[in-house]
Design a protein around this ligand. Structure first.
Ligand code: GDP
Length: 476
């Protein structure tokens, strides 16, 4: 598909809607707009136009039309925009009319942005920021994406790359001097100083503990525990909608259910795991395996228990950085029986050893269970059905997300790709600092600049360097 094609597409969301936006970009955008609207409006000013099918002359719709001559446009090319009534037939007729204009074709996914990138309107990090902005579900994600779109990372990377090029130029100068058999030691030092400083700055950015990536993905909270403890009921209460099937039969949640939440502006992904228990059912075994896997990778596990039931099987607790123990169904406990599993002295006799609930409660005090939760960080007693104790749990979750993502909005790196490119840059700088000859220093600096170039998508590193060195001469 030639980049010189003129492309068009519906840029707004799924019809029907009040308004639909169709964009056209490429050298024939102006002709296409004239073919449908009769004439071009003044650049960058909205004009009202009757759109007609050029083949039949039939009126399709009355629309606002905009004309952005390149290069001062979103894609850098001539661009037109039609703001139509958002009905399916209106959109279909408009797209059909455009497809009949010579030299026009439907755009592929991401092609408008790709052209903006190719025309130098956006670097790769900004393209990613744009994608993140469109996908952002919470305020914190939106702000992070916005800053990236506006060049928070891209500008920084470009500034680093300029410094690298400067260091490289100095190194090349040192090489030139050494050709003449007379190497002033102080020619290479400034280059190495720059490399050292850059390495420090990049290392500081890399030491962000992956916060930007985490903010993009959200804090992962797994709800786990034995079957029927009330995991799905709690998930639904937190998500305020019927996301998981709540069922009174054990083992119905056989896969991992994922719900994306906005807690105080922060993204949280809740996982409802299949009841973790010993079972012979192969489907359920798979569910349990996935549950333990997923919960093990979570940032926080809410381990739900039903204190009114005996622990049937020894349960395997997932290993996660933080585990909170949730005693659910407290609405079913008799007054005076306070979770966690403690019979208060004054009620001991009334629900005492002959009472089955008392027995269960006492069973739960076994050393095994206490050991299981030796690293529990917090305990909550709730009723997922009545909502008792729920607000305290939700507030604690919101606080946890806030602390977990503290500082994430100012993080520079939002993707593994960024981290890899910077790690490669840092490693090349490290090798440059240890190199034994000017030539090796130059080679490593060049590799460092290439790694940085991959970050922003400026792969033309060599060309830029060539241009610089053509103009850069010390006595030669
Ligand atoms: P899961 O298997 O752990 O996901 O458990 P569910 O959420 O499907 O709940 C199992 C059963 O316990 C359902 O009948 C729920 O209505 C019930 N249940 C869950 N939480 C509570 C609670 O706090 N109080 C009471 N009384 N029943 C609950």
């Amino acid at each position: 598909m030639a980049a010189s094609d003129t492309i068009f597409a519906l840029s707004s969301g799924r019809p029907p809607s009040a308004i639909a936006v169709v964009r056209i970009s490429g050298p024939r955008a102006g002709d296409a707009l004239k073919a449908l609207a009769g004439k071009l409006p003044s650049p960058r000013q909205a004009g009202l136009a009757r759109l007609r099918d050029p083949a039949t002359g039939d009126v399709i719709d009355e629309a606002l039309v905009l004309w952005f001559p390149g290069p001062a446009s979103e894609t850098g090319e001539d661009t037109a925009e039609l703001q139509l009534h958002g009905g399916r037939a209106v959109i279909a007729a408009t797209l059909a009319a455009l497809s009949r204009v010579e030299g026009l074709r439907l755009a592929e996914a991401g092609e408008f942005t790709r052209r903006a990138f190719e025309n130098g309107k956006l670097d790769l990090t900004a393209v990613e920021g744009l994608a993140d902005l469109i996908m952002a579900e919470t305020e914190a994600q939106r702000r992070l994406a916005w800053r990236q779109l506006k060049g928070l990372l891209g500008n920084r990377a470009e500034a680093w790359r300029q410094k690298l090029i400067q260091a490289l130029a100095l190194t090349e100068a040192a090489i030139d001097f050494s050709d003449e058999g007379d190497v002033p030691a102080d020619v290479l030092w400034p280059a190495l100083d720059i490399a050292r400083e850059l390495k420090g700055e990049i290392a500081a950015v890399l030491a962000d503990q992956g916060r930007g990536e985490r903010l993009r993905d959200g804090v992962i909270v797994a709800i786990a525990g034995p079957p029927n403890a009330g995991k799905s009921t709690l998930l639904n209460r937190i998500a305020r909608r019927e996301a998981a099937i709540v069922s009174p039969y054990a083992g119905t949640t056989r896969d991992v259910i994922e719900v994306h939440l906005d807690l105080g502006g922060l993204p949280v992904t809740l996982l409802d795991t299949a009841g973790i228990r010993t079972t012979d059912d192969p489907v359920e075994i798979e569910g349990v395996r996935r549950a333990i896997d997923r919960a093990g990778g979570a940032d926080l596990v809410l381990w739900i228990e039903d204190p009114t039931r005996p622990l049937a099987e020894p349960t395997e607790k997932p290993a996660a950085p933080a585990v909170w123990r949730i005693h659910n169904k407290i609405d079913l406990l008799p007054a005076g029986c306070e979770p966690p599993f403690r019979v208060s002295a004054k009620n001991e006799r009334s629900i005492g050893p002959n009472n089955s609930l008392g027995n269960m409660v006492n069973e739960r005090l076994t050393a095994r269970n206490e050991q299981l939760f030796s690293n529990t960080e917090a305990e909550f007693s709730i009723s997922a059905v009545t909502g008792q104790g729920f607000e305290a749990l939700l507030a604690a979750l919101t606080r946890f997300a806030g602390e977990f993502l503290a500082g994430a909005e100012s993080a520079l790196l939002t993707r593994e790709r960024h981290r890899r490119a910077l790690q490669e840059t840092e490693q090349a700088l490290d090798r440059a600092l240890k190199a034994k000859s000017e030539e090796l220093v130059a080679e490593e600096l060049r590799l460092a600049a290439q790694a940085l170039g991959r970050l922003t998508g400026r792969v033309d590193v060599e060309d830029i360097l060539d241009a610089i060195f053509r103009d850069f001469c010390i006595g030669k």
